[in-house]
Design a protein around this ligand. Structure first.
Ligand code: NDP
Length: 322
């Protein structure tokens, strides 16, 4: 099978196309034929060595595909089922294995591309909006990088709940997308300081929650946009990691909360996975959740896909097609 492999950490050029044997599903595992693979920022952290992994590595964990073969002891799936997961072991490949407990069926009417596009970013948006800070109608939230993969989905979910979304984006084109997803206010944080603008838009009060995936360049300002006892959900580091921080500052800024959540702790049980994947895939199938999947690359162009994601050139989802 064709797969992308990394033999050493580094720039996008370390993502090399290789010919490898098709993996065999072990006990409790399922072999899938990958039809669409999601490209996510986390693969860039692994490629660079920011997150550690043994090498050689086939990157990727999010895919939609067809069940090819069941490993010993697997029940509930059969060959030919359309399935998706965010826990695939090496999804930048034509075939991959995945634990059956982390696999879900794709509802009728939803394409492989759409399913792969909404699993990881959709469930991330879901846990942020429904669990990390359960938004209520009337809340005001600041969402950074709102035209990104997670950003567009989170903006739609927050709007659907009835929250007022203040979005930040870097370009006018991205501002249009964030508005179309439901953001009531959009700040071009590349041209303008977002902190005074958020204060102005909230009459000096600040917001209940900031969803911040940008990290280094936004962290300080995000804290300053919160109202007393507000929450900063710092869920990514697209601009780099946040430097060490003295917790006493949380007191002075208004008895604030900070959490650094990650998806895996919000889909750790089968019930949580089924709840979040079921809602996200269901909303995508009904059209309630709009997905942008115009960034489609052949598997062999994985390096270019990561380059474009890193260079802030993309909006919505990036997919690889084996
Ligand atoms: P995005 O599509 O959001 O791409 C990243 C965006 O971040 C860019 O488009 C850009 O938007 C913005 N950005 C701001 N500064 C920079 C910078 N210096 N370099 C690059 N981008 C920058 O990616 P994803 O939706 O895939 O992921 C968003 C973030 O969420 C990532 O940090 C990812 O690691 C994290 N994440 C965390 C999860 C969790 O559970 N904790 C799960 C999933 C994702 P703009 O041009 O508008 O500024």
């Amino acid at each position: 099978m064709k797969a992308i492999q990394i033999h050493q950490t580094g720039g996008p050029e370390v993502l090399q196309l290789a010919e490898l044997p098709i993996p065999e599903p072990g006990p409790g595992q399922v072999l899938i034929r990958v039809e669409a693979t999601g490209v996510n920022f986390i693969e860039i952290y692994f490629r660079k060595g920011t997150y550690k992994s043994s090498l050689p590595l086939i990157p990727g964990s999010e895919a939609a595909g067809t069940v090819e073969e069941l490993g010993p002891g697997v029940t509930g799936f059969k060959a030919g089922d359309a399935v998706a997961s965010v826990s695939v072991l090496g999804s930048y490949a034509e075939y991959a294995v995945v634990a059956a407990v982390s696999l879900v069926k794709i509802p009728d009417g939803l394409s492989m591309e759409m399913a792969a596009a909404c699993m990881l970013q959709g469930m991330t948006a879901h846990y942020l909006a429904y669990s990390t800070f359960p938004l209520k109608s009337g809340d005001t939230t600041l969402i950074h990088a709102a035209a990104g993969g997670v950003g567009l989905l989170l903006t739609q979910m927050a709007t659907r709940i009835g929250a007022r979304v203040i979005a930040t984006v870097s370009t006018a084109e991205k501002a249009e997308l964030a508005r179309a997803a439901g953001a009531q206010e959009v700040i071009l944080y590349s041209d303008q300081e977002f902190e005074p603008e958020v204060k102005r838009l909230t009459g000096g009060k600040g917001v209940e929650v900031v969803y911040d995936s940008v990290g280094k360049t936004t962290f300080e300002g995000s804290l300053n946009c919160l109202r007393p006892r507000g929450l900063l959900a710092l869920f990514g580091a697209s601009s780099g990691p946040v430097p060490p921080f003295d917790l006493i500052q949380l007191s002075g800024k208004g008895s604030l909360y900070i959490t650094r959540p990650t998806l895996w702790h919000y889909i750790g049980t089968r019930a949580d996975l089924e709840w979040r994947a079921g809602e996200v895939l269901g909303w995508a199938a009904s059209g309630e959740l709009k997905l942008r999947t115009e960034h489609l690359y052949p598997l062999s162009e994985a390096a270019q896909a990561q380059r474009d994601l890193e260079a802030r050139k993309t909006t919505g989802k990036i997919l690889l097609e084996p």
